[in-house]
Design a protein around this ligand. Structure first.
Ligand SMILES: NC(=O)C1=CN([C@@H]2O[C@H](COP(=O)(O)OP(=O)(O)OC[C@H]3O[C@@H](n4cnc5c(N)ncnc54)[C@H](OP(=O)(O)O)[C@@H]3O)[C@@H](O)[C@H]2O)C=CC1
Ligand SMILES: O=C(O)CCCC(=O)O
Length: 497
C-alpha cells in the first residue's frame, strides 16, 4: 500500500515553538555559529529538501566545549543528588511538553513516521525521568572489616567529563540514553550527533538550558566526525566516552581512547536472530517479527536480521508474515497512516539491494517486495526473502533495512548454533510455548538481550548492551549509571576497637 505523497514538506513555522529548531552549536551554555562559520545542509530524506544548515565545529570549538565541561564538572559533580534530580525532572517535563515539536523535527531530519518519532521522544525522555530518580540511589557500601580498628567503605563518584557520539537512527533517544545517566551521575557531557540528524540534539540542548542545566554541563558539537572523534578521544580531560553506531567506528574509538585509558561504553552493530519454533504461538511470532524487523524501516541495531523458522511451522509462518508485510503502508513520515518512511540515504538503499542481490544469486526467493518503492528517492519496498542460507550476506551482515530474511531449520541445537554463529551479540529473539525450551534457549544464546515471545525489548529500566563485537557496557537500568561513575574504596584505619 502507498501513502499519498512524498512532497509534504517540513516547515519550521508549523512548530508550536519554532525557537526549538537550532542550527548553531551549543558550547558552554551559549549558541555559537562555530569559529570558522562553516555549515552543513540537513536534508529531509523523504523529499531531499534542505531543512536547515547546521554549524560545523572546528577543533577550537570542540576544545572550548571540553574546557567548559571541565569548568562545570566540580560544581555539577558535587551538587546533591536531589538538586540534580530536580533539574533533570524539569528537563523531562519540558521534553514531554514539547514532544510534538521534537517529533516533527525528528521526522523531518530522519524520515521515520511521526507517530514512531513521538514514541522515540517519549522513550528517550524515559531515560531522563528514570535517572533523575536513580541518582538518589547511587549508593556506596560498608564492607565488613578484615582488621580491628579499620573500616572499609566504597563511594561512587562521577567519572568526570564525558562525551557521547550518537547515530542518526535514533537521533533523540540515543542522546538521552547517554545524557540521562551521565548528568545523574554528576558528569558533564559533550554530544556529537550524527551529521544527518543534528537538530534533535540541539533541540534537546535548548530544553536542557531552559530546565536549568548549568552552562557547560551539556554541549553539542556537530561537524567533521573523524576530527571531533580524535579530539574527544585524545583529550585527557574527557574521562568517559559513550558511543552508539557501527562496529567499525566503535573499534576505532576504542583504540583511540586507549591512549588516555578512558572508560568506554560501546553500543555497536548487531545481527539479531529471531527464532520461531514449531510450538510457537503463530500470532505472537508474526506480530513480534513485524515489530522487530520493520521498526524504523529496519534501521535499528536490534532489528531481527535473520528470521530462523522451524520446518513444521515454516510455511504457515511465511504465509502470515507475507500478508502482514504487504499491509505495511510506505510513505512520507508526515503523511497520516505512514508506517515505513524512507531509508536514511542512497548508500543505505544500495546496501539493501546488494544484500538482496547476493541472496537471490545464491538461490533465495523474493516472496514480497525486493526493490525500490514507487515513491522514489530512498523509499524501499518491505521485502520478504525465503530460502536464505547462513552464508549469504543478508544473514552475515546487518542489512539495516526493511528486508526479512527467512532461514529454515530442523532441530533446536541447529537453531542455537546458527543463531550464535556470528561475531555479533546484541539482541536476539525466540518464540516458543515450551517452558523448558524457554530456559534452555534463553541461556544458550550469546546475546546481551534476549526477547522471549516478543519483538520489542527496549525499556529504560532494563539493561541494554551487547556481547562479542556488539560492544561493551550497558545502557539503561541501574547498571547504566556505572559507565559514568568511579567506584572508590576508602580504607580508614586508626579507629581503635
Ligand atoms: N548500533 C547502532 O545503533 C547503529 C549501527 N549502525 C550500523 O552502522 C552502519 C553504518 O552507519 P553509519 O551512520 O555510517 O554509522 P557510523 O558508526 O559511521 O556513525 C555513528 C556516529 O559515529 C560518527 N563517526 C563516524 N566516523 C567517525 C570517526 N572516525 N570518529 C568519530 N565519530 C565518527 C558519525 O558521525 P557522522 O554522522 O558525522 O558521520 C555518527 O555520529 C549501518 O548500516 C549500521 O549497520 C549505524 C547506526 C547506528
Ligand atoms: O539501534 C539502536 O542502537 C538503538 C535501538 C533502539 C532501542 O533502544 O531499542
Amino acid at each position: 500500500m502507498e501513502a499519498d505523497a512524498v512532497d509534504s514538506t517540513f516547515d519550521r513555522s508549523q512548530l508550536r515553538d519554532p525557537s526549538l529548531l537550532r542550527e548553531d552549536l551549543f558550547i558552554g551554555g551559549a549558541w555559537t555559529p562555530g569559529s570558522a562559520g562553516r555549515r552543513t545542509d540537513v536534508v529531509d530524506p523523504a523529499t531531499g529538501a534542505v531543512i536547515a544548515r547546521m554549524a560545523d565545529a572546528t577543533d577550537a570549538d570542540v576544545r572550548r566545549g571540553i574546557e567548559a565541561a571541565e569548568a562545570a564538572a566540580p560544581a555539577w559533580g558535587t551538587t546533591t543528588a536531589i538538586e540534580r534530580a530536580r533539574v533533570m525532572r524539569r528537563w523531562y517535563d519540558l521534553i514531554v511538553a514539547n514532544a510534538d515539536d521534537l517529533a516533527a523535527i525528528l521526522t523531518a531530519e530522519q524520515g521515520k513516521p511521526l507517530a514512531e518519532a513521538r514514541g522515540e521522544i517519549l522513550y528517550g525522555a524515559g531515560f531522563v525521568e528514570w535517572y533523575a530518580e536513580e541518582c538518589k540511589r547511587t549508593y556506596g557500601e560498608v564492607i565488613p572489616t578484615n582488621v580491628a580498628g579499620r573500616r572499609l567503605l566504597t563511594l561512587r563518584q562521577p567519572v568526570g567529563v564525558s562525551a557521547a557520539i550518537t547515530p542518526w537512527n535514533f537521533p533523540s533517544a540515543m542522546i538521552l540514553r547517554k545524557a540521562g545517566p551521565a548528568l545523574a551521575a554528576g558528569c558533564p557531557m559533550i554530544i556529537k550527533p550524527a551529521e544527518e540528524t543534528p537538530l534533535s540534539a540541539t533541540a534537546l540542548a535548548e530544553l536542557g538550558a531552559r530546565a536549568g542545566v548549568p552552562d557547560g554541563v551539556l554541549s553539542v558539537v556537530a561537524g567533521p566526525p573523524a576530527t571531533i572523534g580524535e579530539i574527544l578521544t585524545s583529550h585527557p580531560g574527557v574521562r568517559a566516552l559513550s558511543f552508539t553506531g557501527s562496529t567499525e567506528v566503535g573499534k576505532l574509538l576504542m583504540a583511540q581512547s586507549a591512549r588516555t585509558v578512558k572508560k568506554v561504553a560501546l553500543e555497536l552493530g548487531g545481527n539479531a536472530p529471531l527464532i520461531v519454533f514449531d510450538d510457537a504461538d503463530l500470532d505472537a511470532a508474526v506480530a513480534g517479527a513485524m515489530a522487530s524487523k520493520f521498526r524504523n524501516a529496519g534501521q535499528t541495531c536490534v532489528c531481527a536480521n535473520r528470521v530462523i523458522v522451524q520446518s513444521g511451522i515454516h510455511d504457515a509462518f511465511v504465509q502470515r508474515f507475507r500478508t502482514a508485510i504487504e499491509e505495511l503502508t510506505v510513505g512520507n513520515g508526515f503523511e497520516d497512516g505512514s508506517e515505513q518512511g524512507p531509508l536514511i540515504s542512497e548508500a543505505a538503499v544500495e546496501k539493501v539491494q546488494r544484500h538482496i542481490g547476493d541472496a537471490v544469486a545464491g538461490g533465495a526467493t523474493v516472496v514480497s517486495g525486493g526493490g525500490r518503492h514507487p515513491l522514489g528517492r530512498t523509499f524501499f519496498e518491505p521485502t520478504l526473502l525465503t530460502g536464505v542460507r547462513p552464508g549469504m550476506l543478508v544473514a552475515r551482515e546487518e542489512t539495516f533495512g526493511p528486508v526479512a530474511a527467512v532461514i529454515e531449520f530442523s532441530t533446536e541445537d541447529e537453531a542455537i548454533a546458527m543463531a550464535n554463529d556470528t561475531p555479533f551479540g546484541l539482541a536476539s529473539y525466540f518464540f516458543t510455548t515450551d517452558l523448558g525450551r524457554m530456559w534452555r534457549v534463553g541461556e544458550a544464546l550469546e546475546f546481551g538481550v534476549v526477547g522471549v515471545n516478543t519483538g520489542l525489548i527496549s525499556y529504560e529500566g532494563a539493561p541494554f548492551g551487547g556481547m562479542k563485537e556488539s560492544g561493551v557496557g550497558r545502557e539503561g537500568s541501574r547498571h547504566g549509571i556505572d559507565e559514568f561513575t568511579e567506584l572508590k574504596y576508602l580504607c580508614v584505619d586508626g579507629l581503635g576497637g
